[in-house]
Ligand binder design. Structure first.
Ligand code: ZN
Length: 231
């Protein structure tokens, strides 16, 4: 069975995603994987309270906030300390950061954990193409890649970009982000973009679902839709 689960932030519009009840809801679909998505740096203080709810998932990862610039300063280090502490407490396997918000990569070197960048969507200027990602990962051999299929699609509707990232960087990919694209990160049961789901078959890494929802019931609906298509 494929390791698959949710980003814990997918219900942010309708619920407190740092509550035990919501994390239990994700576990009710799949206890195989959970990505803790710290969307704002100020939310890092909420991590402590969810440690006991998250520990028992089989695969865990952490998505770092994108509302700060990562530089070698006190503020960044205080945030990374909190996140790395959480990573260790829950037994996570991967921590990922959006590369466009990093000004100084050295600030990450003080922590010996598994770091990853993610390919960016069409709203960003860099880190979108296979070449740009390959250049970074060549210079930073300890870093891994999270392949976001939705981001690939926003840059290239033919999915040739996803194909070239897969071809050039397959052994660097540690995780896949999966969601449909209508406006941003939308449910696949609504967008019916099954060709995006199909790309997950080309890898055996964990899949993290990043479709966002307006109803709690849609979590199970999305999970069942994806599982059915992956069969
Ligand atoms: Zn993503």
């Amino acid at each position: 069975m494929r390791t698959i689960g949710f980003s814990h932030g997918v219900l942010y519009r309708v619920a407190d995603v740092y509550s035990e009840q919501i994390i239990d809801l994700y576990r009710g679909c799949s206890d195989a994987a959970l990505e803790t998505c710290v969307s704002k740096a100020d939310d890092a203080d909420k991590l402590q309270r969810i440690i006991p709810y998250v520990r028992d998932f089989s695969y865990k990862s952490v998505h770092l906030p994108s509302d700060i610039r990562y530089v070698k300063d006190e503020k960044t280090i205080r945030l990374l300390d909190k996140i790395v502490n959480y990573y260790k407490e829950v037994g996570a396997s991967l921590a990922l950061v959006h590369p466009d918000v990093v000004d100084d990569w050295e600030v990450f070197d003080r922590y010996k954990i598994n770091w990853a960048i993610e390919n960016m969507d069409n709203r960003k200027g860099r880190f979108k193409t296979a070449g740009e990602l390959e250049e970074f990962l060549g210079k930073n051999p300890n870093w891994r890649l999270v392949l976001d299929l939705n981001h690939c699609f926003t840059n290239d509707r033919s999915m040739a970009l996803a194909e070239s990232i897969l071809h050039n960087l397959k052994d660097k990919i540690a995780e896949v982000h999966l969601s449909g694209y209508i406006n941003l990160h939308d449910p696949l049961f609504a967008s019916k973009q099954d060709f995006i789901i199909d790309y997950c078959r080309k890898l055996d890494t964990p899949i993290i679902i990043e479709s966002t929802f307006d109803s709690i019931d849609d979590v199970k609906k999305e999970y069942n839709y994806i599982i059915e298509k992956l069969k």
